[in-house]
Design a protein around this ligand. Structure first.
Ligand SMILES: NC(=O)c1ccc[n+]([C@@H]2O[C@H](COP(=O)([O-])OP(=O)(O)OC[C@H]3O[C@@H](n4cnc5c(N)ncnc54)[C@H](O)[C@@H]3O)[C@@H](O)[C@H]2O)c1
Length: 240
């Protein structure tokens, strides 16, 4: 029987590339999304990957969404907490709503989704969880106190859950992409984008497939002895 992998925010960007990589590796894949119904339909038609709609910031919706994935595909063996948003502003201009939204989706979503799968993984003695951090969680970023706080928080969350889960055959790791060519980065102004690329030793943005390959490795049997780690995929950006 194929292992079941669930990727939140799985119909675009890094999530979509991860779903395709998991599918090619033989997993039965579930992609969740929140609003982009047309994108989800296109993705489903193009790939044959099952899509499910719920908001990761909503605890009850996560429980119900996972129950639906279990009903249709089977118990979740692999969870990739990929859903994430930005609401950029310098702190003195940042509204409580910008702060709250990013915390609830990026960090709250990670808690809600792990909570929804961890009991079953513990019972079955197997699980792989990969959480999406970011170079900006490691290095900080102007205008992203909210986003960087969530992405740094995810690293502490990952280490703690790894410690709690190791005895149950579950590994929990994070990946920290640098600037990757997805809709999230397409929203950055061209002049800012040029400045970013100039600061990357490999002189280009990352590709979603390159992040997906790292995630695929961390959920594979070859990575069974790796847990609590954060793997950077950033073209050398955080070396200096
Ligand atoms: N693109 C980058 O440069 C970059 C760099 C570092 C980290 N990341 C992280 O990688 C992840 C994917 O980023 P991306 O660039 O592919 O972004 P993206 O905007 O292309 O995709 C994000 C996905 O998350 C989904 N999503 C957003 N809010 C949601 C919610 N409340 N419930 C369910 N789904 C929700 C969106 O529908 C979308 O499908 C994010 O966590 C992001 O923070 C991205």
């Amino acid at each position: 029987m194929a292992r079941v992998a669930l990727v939140t925010g799985g119909v675009s960007g890094i999530g979509a590339a991860t779903c395709k990589a998991l599918q090619a590796a033989g997993f039965a894949v579930a992609a969740s999304f929140v609003a982009d119904e047309a994108a989800a339909r296109g993705f489903r038609e193009q790939t044959g990957i099952a899509t499910y709609r719920w908001d990761v910031a909503d605890f009850d919706a996560c429980q119900q969404g996972v129950a639906e994935v279990v009903r249709t595909l089977g118990p979740v063996d692999v969870l990739v907490n990929n859903a994430g948003i930005t609401r950029d502003a310098s702190l003195h201009k940042m509204t409580r709503e910008q702060w709250r939204a990013v915390i609830e989706v990026n960090l709250g979503g990670c808690f809600n989704m792990c909570h929804a799968v961890i009991g079953s993984m513990r019972e079955r003695g197997y699980g792989r969880i990969v959480n999406l951090s970011s170079v900006n969680g490691l290095a900080g970023q102007f205008g992203q106190a909210n986003y960087a706080a969530t992405k740094a928080g995810i690293i502490g969350f990952t280490k703690s859950l790894a410690l709690e889960s190791a005895a149950h055959g579950i590994t929990v790791n994070a990946v920290a992409p640098g600037y990757t060519d997805t809709p999230m980065v397409a929203a950055v102004r061209p002049e800012v984008r040029e400045r970013i690329v100039a600061g990357i030793p490999l002189r280009r943005l990352g590709r979603p497939e390159e992040v997906a390959a790292a995630i695929l490795y961390l959920v594979s049997d070859a990575a069974a002895y790796i847990t609590g780690e954060t793997l950077s995929i950033n073209g050398g950006q955080y070396l200096r």
